[in-house]
Design a protein around this ligand. Structure first.
Ligand SMILES: [Zn+2]
Length: 112
C-alpha cells in the first residue's frame, strides 16, 4: 500500500509553496526587494531584460508545477494516484516519494 496520507501532505505543502511563489512573482515582478540595493542607473538594460527572462521561466515552471500537483491531488481523490496516467503501470514508490506530483512512470516520462 502507498503511504497516501504522507504523499498527500507533501503535495499540499508543495501546492501552497508554488502558489505563494506565483503570487509573489505576479504581484511584485521586478519591483520586489531582491537585489534592490543597487541604484537603477547602475543596471544596464541587458541585465534588466535578463532578469525578466529568468522571472518568466520561473513563473512558467511554477505554473506547470501547480498544474501537475493539482492533477496528482485529483488522482489521489479518485484512487488513480500511483498509476501512470498514460500506460496505467505502477509508479515506483521511490519515485513518488522523490517527486510526489509524478503522474507518469519513468518509461512514459521519457516519451513525453
Ligand atoms: Zn507509463
Amino acid at each position: 500500500m502507498l503511504p497516501l496520507a504522507d504523499l498527500r501532505a507533501a503535495l499540499e505543502q508543495q501546492l501552497r509553496f508554488r502558489r505563494d511563489q506565483l503570487a509573489e512573482l505576479e504581484a511584485g515582478g521586478h519591483a520586489r526587494g531582491r537585489g534592490g540595493t543597487d541604484p537603477p542607473d547602475r543596471r544596464n538594460e541587458e541585465a534588466v531584460y535578463g532578469l525578466h527572462e529568468v522571472d518568466a521561466l520561473v513563473v512558467a515552471g511554477a505554473r506547470q508545477a501547480v498544474a501537475d500537483i493539482e492533477l496528482a491531488l485529483v488522482r489521489l481523490r479518485t484512487g488513480r494516484y500511483g498509476y501512470c496516467r498514460s500506460c496505467g503501470a505502477h509508479i515506483p514508490l521511490v519515485l513518488l516519494r522523490a517527486i510526489p506530483r509524478t503522474t507518469l512512470c519513468l518509461a512514459c516520462q521519457q516519451h513525453e
